[in-house]
Structures are given as C-alpha cells and as structure tokens.
Design a protein around this ligand. Structure first.
Ligand code: 9MR
Length: 377
C-alpha cells in the first residue's frame, strides 16, 4: 500500500475508532476545568466505586472531580467497629485512589452522634464512661485515624451534625460523657495528630437562621480557644424550595465574616415529593413508601428534568457568586443509580438528585450547572 493511500485511510480509521470508544461524556465539558477559577468540585465515593477503578462511576469521577470524600468508610463504626479494633483496609483503598489520581482527599468524619457503636461510650460493665475515660477514647480514635492519613488527607470533617435544628447542641452520648466541650477537644486532638490538615465543622440545614447562628457561635468558640478551624461544611441536601436563596447567601456571608471557608460537602437536590415537612438529613427519620411519593419509577420526564436543572442553576449561581468564600462543592454520590436518596427517607424510591443519570449520562442539570460558571462573564 502506498504512503498516499495511508493518508486517505487514516482519518477514516480515527473517526471509526472514536465512534467506538468515545462515550457521550467525553464531549461534555470537564467540571473541574469549568470551575477551576471558583472552587474544587468533587464527589463522595462508596467503597464499590473505589474498588471498581475501571468502572463507569470511577470514569466520571476521574474526568470531572479534583476532590473526593469518603462516603462511609471512615465513619467510626466502619473504621473502629469495637473500641479496641480498627479496620483500615477500605479507608486505605480510598486514600490510595485519591493519591494515585492527585485528588484533594477529604476525611468524613471523626466525631458523630450517629454511626458510632454505643459500646464506645461504656465500660466493660456497660456503665457510661466518665469524662476522662471518654476523652482518652476520643483522643485514641482521632490520633489513630488522622495520624494514619497524615499528609494524605487534606481536610477532615472533625465533628458532624452536633447541633439541633433549633441551635443548641444535641444531648448526644458525647455531651453526656464529656460535656459540651467535646467539640473543642475533637478539634484540639485532630490538630495535634496532623498540624497541616484543614479542620471543618459539618452539618445540614445550616441555612436555617437559628442553626446558622449556632454554627457561627461554635466557630467563634473554637477561635476564642485558639483552636484551628478552617471551614464550615453545609451539607447541601437540598430540595426544590429549600434553602431559600436569601438564607443560603446569609449563611455564606456569615461564615465568610468569621474568616473561614464555606464547603458544600454533600450536595444533592431532591425533586421527589417530600414525605413530610422535615427538611434535614437525619438518617434516623423514616417514612412509609406510597405510590404518590414515588411518581417517576420509570424515568424523570423532560419537564421535570428542566425543573431540576433550573434549581441546580439557581443554587450554583449563588455558589459561583460567592466563590471567594466557597472553597469546595462536593456532590453526595456519582450517579442517581446509587444515591442514598433512593432509600431515604423512604426505602425503594427512584430518585434523581445528582448530575449523572442511571445510565452514567450527564443530565440537563449538568449543563445548567456548567452554564453558571460562565454566566456573568
Ligand atoms: O450516604 C451515606 C449512606 O450510604 C449511609 O448509609 C448513611 C449512614 O452512614 O450515611 C450517608 O451519608 C450521610 C453523611 O455521612 C452525613 N450527612 C447525611 C448523609 C446522608 O445520610
């Protein structure tokens, strides 16, 4: 075959090769590039996504994200299932994945009233531990976990969901054993274990004025004690009518005024009919499955895709506008297929809260989000 004939055939071969290998995602803009001037953009990863590095979820993450959060594998009950046993393998795998792909790795979470074995709080006789004994366990947990990933995990959700929606601290076993300064102690121990790690307070419904004000007080208390705190994570389990744009902006501004960052740590937008008037993300809240609460079992109609896209655009526009304060936006999962919202607050619904659908395709909401990055330019 002559050289001339080769040059004819080559473009045809390239086109055919691309048609076979390039998925539609390859044509989508890359989120981490789109938002490179605004904030980090990422996703929470389950262990299944991490283990299946050649899979379609991982492909989306590697293409679009520059930060990852551990959805479950670093929670107390997973990494420290009984008070004298640690299980590191899944968390090690998550951290190795992030390191291998040069991603900003976020640890979630060191201290939570939930997902912590109740046995962690009692002695061999089942009696609640006293302050000193519980502080020793807290320190052991934090220094072991943070110490293991020192220099690898960039930031930790040190304390998760300590506040009630009304503002005061929950009367959790942490408060009952240690007292209200368990929050300060957790930040102190985390900083000792990795002085370079960023440390965050993380919660849902922080757009609500009473809870926002309580979070502001919590940060001020840590600052007054001379402790390191780098940011407040507003989880971002949002709906069609909450938060209001005013409340979201008021939260961002209030946190910015403290000199710390806002992280949107667990974003998803729920378009399904609300099961009740509760707006938080308390995993113990549950409702019964009824057909009218699961209206799109076979797919989201185009009209509703547009409604969801518009709501995503509204929320992202605010985050872009305040990108001097908002440092990171992490989606809570990769595709609708495996979102926690398929099973909360009702088990077995077909939910549509993320930017990629069950076939791993970018949704209209994806394009709407991309447009917010360039809108005001
Ligand atoms: O998405 C997480 C789900 O897979 C777990 O079963 C659940 C309990 O560990 O936690 C979910 O993530 C929660 C996060 O850790 C804290 N904020 C609320 C999130 C959604 O429930």
């Amino acid at each position: 075959m002559s050289a001339q004939r080769h040059t004819h055939i080559l473009p045809a071969i390239i086109i055919a090769f691309c048609a076979i290998t390039c998925s539609s995602e390859d044509k989508e803009p890359v989120l981490k590039e789109v938002f490179s001037q605004h904030f980090l953009i990422g996703a929470a990863l389950s262990d299944d996504v991490v283990k299946n590095e050649q899979g379609q979820d991982a492909a989306i993450v590697l293409r679009h994200c520059n930060t990852i959060t551990a959805e479950n594998v670093m929670k107390w009950v997973r990494i420290h299932p009984s008070w004298d046993t640690y299980v590191f393998e899944p968390a090690d795998r998550f951290v190795a994945f992030g390191q291998q792909h040069n991603m900003v790795i976020i640890g979630h979470t060191l201290v939570w009233h939930d997902q912590t074995d109740n046995a962690a709080f009692v002695d061999a006789q089942g009696k609640l531990l006293n302050r000193d004994a519980m502080l020793a366990r807290l320190k052991d947990h934090i220094s072991t976990v943070v110490g293991r990933y020192k220099g690898k995990v960039k930031g930790w959700d040190v304390v998760n969901e300590a506040l009630t929606d009304e503002g005061p601290l929950r009367t959790s076993l942490w408060v009952q054993t240690i007292g209200e300064d368990f929050v300060a102690k957790a930040f102190e121990y985390a900083h000792e274990a990795d002085p370079d790690a960023e440390l965050y307070y993380n919660d849902f419904s922080l757009d609500k004025p009473a809870k926002r004000d309580a979070a502001v007080q919590l940060v001020k208390d840590l600052q007054t004690r001379g402790l390191r705190i780098d940011g407040v994570g507003i989880q971002g389990h949002w709906g069609m009518d909450y938060p209001t744009t005013e409340n979201l902006e008021a939260f961002i501004t209030a946190v910015g005024a403290l000199g710390v960052k806002v992280l949107v740590t667990e974003m998803d937008v729920d378009i399904l009919p609300p099961a009740w008037d509760y707006q938080g993300a308390d995993i113990n809240a549950r409702a019964e499955l009824r057909d009218e609460l699961n209206p799109y079992p076979g797919g989201l109609p185009d009209s509703m895709q547009t409604v969801l896209a518009n709501r995503y655009a509204e929320l992202f526009s605010i985050l872009v506008k305040h990108s001097a304060i908002v440092d990171r936006v992490t989606l809570w999962g990769v595709t609708d297929r495996t979102s926690w919202l398929n099973d909360w607050p009702i088990i077995g619904r077909t939910s549509y809260p993320l930017l990629f659908d069950r076939e791993y395709k970018a949704k209209p909401a994806f394009r709407a989000v991309v447009n917010t990055a360039t809108a005001g330019r």
